[in-house]
Design a protein around this ligand. Structure first.
Ligand code: NOJ
Length: 556
């Protein structure tokens, strides 16, 4: 009897853990994303800073490109010491971007076109100028005293704590820059010798958690479709094995999905396996936590500079760091969520950077990124090949110790006019200087030219929709991914349909063989530039000229 009971209990707990969350909404499976940095996208009121109405005016363009969902960087009231990641009012759109009503209209206009809009949720901290922080630093105890993490002695300054002229006797914990005090969600393992470290169950941290859910509900009720959560693993401090962090996100996901079954939660975690286990539906493989992404794309220029990378014309990089990490992540995530390997984001360099600056090179990058499993994402401007601009001044905290992020945040180039169709303001009023190259790319010219990079990228998105094997959930098998070798060759498959993709970012032609069984009638070129496949007995002979790619459909 006892044994049967134990067996049952084990069985049910297995089922419970496998079905911990309701599945992510179906639409995520086929969605293509586009990230918009609002200050740099399109200005309609002539102040040199992009705005929500500008985004609305470009929705048809995004639809044409094949975009299904937008992630908008923070657009809330802010002190702009970290370009909007230092929020002063979570419930209000910043004046420079418009009004809450404009954002509501953006949701509506996007939905009319069957597109979705996700906001950026800065969950871990606020600006030091937030009214919560002002109340929290008061010497008189009040209901916001525990909204942030404070020591109980201003001479005590643990790591990542900031001292200052505060009314209360204490130092506060920061989350990123000094001006970004960490919201108090409690400590996973509070140190009993430090009574100011509150457990997650304490009243203050619980109230912070409730407030976060209130913010989410507020925007979702207005029509928002989900969130990208800034620094998602950072909320709970001293949380070995992320036990309490996972519980927190599980609670939020359950609450969120109950109210908004079509809503999505995206993490900025940099480790999809961990993020999805915690309750997120998607996470990025980017420059954080592991060298996979940077070993593919970071060269000697950019926010983060590396000696070499796989996507460089010198052809001296290696794909294996990425491939190993990526395959491990895909395996661990399985069907419970999604990985996303974006073209770039506002924190690191674009594909067009340093010596990777020709259209042919940029085609190899997106031919790769748009044919691997996971949710595709274009960072604004990458679809036309906008350049990472080096040497810009520090703008609203863009400068980090390691490099400047401003190079990826310059105004979108809409047309070939002197102001690139971004704004009518004087050029010196522009949020950041526009790319000054004589032949800077722009949307209008590329739209008019069917053989442009823009059309190429649009076609890649179409192929993903046309063939499940090339889409988000199709399987991947690397056929040739060798240390310090070119090209990169992989197979994509789904429902008996197969494709082979060859990517050669190196500036020299290559020829390699790899084992290949089965009889193939034809490797039908779908989108190919000077690459070929031939089956010779049980081998696949792959040839690729310098800086080329090929997508072939396997016809059996
Ligand atoms: C990550 C964001 O992407 C970055 O831009 C910001 O500076 C930090 N989090 C702090 O919020």
């Amino acid at each position: 009897m006892k044994k049967t009971f134990l067996l049952f209990a084990a069985f049910f707990s297995l089922i419970a853990s496998a079905q911990r969350f309701k599945p992510a909404p179906e639409w995520l499976k086929t969605a293509a994303f586009y990230q918009i940095y609002p200050q740099s996208f399109k200005d309609t009121d002539g102040d040199g800073i992009g705005d929500i109405n500008g985004i609305i005016s470009k929705l048809d363009y995004l639809k044409w490109l094949g975009i299904d969902a937008i992630w908008l960087n923070p657009c809330f009231e802010s002190s702009y010491q970290d370009a909007g990641y230092d929020v002063t009012d979570f419930y209000r759109v910043a004046k420079r971007y418009g009004k809450n009503a404009d954002l509501k209209r953006l949701f509506k206009e996007a939905h009319k076109r069957k597109m979705r809009v996700c906001l950026d949720l800065v969950a871990g901290h606020t600006s030091i100028d937030h009214p919560w922080f002002k109340a929290s630093q008061s010497a008189t105890r009040n209901e916001l005293s525990d909204r942030y993490i404070w020591t109980n002695d201003s001479t005590v300054k643990p790591e990542r704590h900031v001292a200052g002229k505060f009314e209360r006797n204490g130092t506060y914990r920061k989350n990123f820059f000094d001006c970004q005090p960490a919201l108090n969600y409690g400590f996973g393992k509070p140190d009993p010798a430090q009574p100011w470290q509150l457990p997650v169950t304490a009243e203050g941290p619980q109230k912070t958690r409730k407030e976060l859910m209130k913010i989410m509900d507020f925007w979702m009720t207005m029509g928002c479709d989900g969130f990208r959560v800034d620094m998602a693993p950072s909320l709970i401090k001293n949380d070995p094995d992320r036990v309490e962090t996972n519980k927190l996100w599980a609670e939020i996901r359950t609450h969120f999905q109950h109210l908004f079954p079509e809503g999505i939660l995206i993490a900025e975690w940099g480790n999809p396996a961990r993020a999805i286990k915690a309750g997120f539906m998607m996470d990025f493989i980017i420059h954080l936590g592991n060298d996979g992404y940077s070993s593919m794309f970071f060269n000697q220029e950019g926010t983060y500079r590396h000696d070499t990378c796989y996507f460089n014309v010198e052809g001296n990089g290696t794909p294996t760091t990425f491939v190993d990490y990526y395959l491990e992540q895909l395996k661990n995530v399985g069907d419970s969520g999604y990985v996303c390997v974006p073209t770039a984001n506002h924190d690191f360099q674009r594909p067009n950077c340093g010596t990777r600056n020709t259209e042919a090179q940029l085609r190899t990058v997106t031919a790769f990124l748009m044919t691997i499993p996971g949710v595709p994402l274009f960072y604004y401007g990458d679809e036309i090949g906008m350049k990472f601009i080096p040497g810009l001044p520090n703008k609203e905290g863009s400068q980090l110790t390691k490099g400047n992020r401003a190079g990826s945040r310059t105004p979108m180039q809409w047309d070939s006019s002197p102001k690139a169709g971004f704004s009518t303001a004087d050029l010196n009023k522009f949020y950041l200087p526009i790319d000054s190259s004589a032949y800077r790319p722009n949307v209008e010219s590329e739209m008019a030219n069917p053989s442009s990079l823009l059309h190429f990228n649009r076609y890649l998105l179409q192929l993903r929709k046309q063939y499940t094997a090339l889409g988000t959930r199709g399987a991947i098998r690397f056929l040739y991914a060798e240390t310090n070798k070119y090209p990169l060759v992989y197979e994509r498959s789904a429902n008996g349909e197969r494709f082979i993709i060859v990517i050669n970012p190196a500036g020299k032609s290559v020829q390699v063989d790899c084992p290949f069984s089965g009889t193939v009638k034809e490797f039908k070129p779908v989108l190919v530039d000077r690459a070929s496949l031939t089956q010779v007995n049980n081998k696949l002979q792959i040839k690729a000229d310098a800086v080329t790619y090929g997508i072939f459909k396997v016809i059996e």
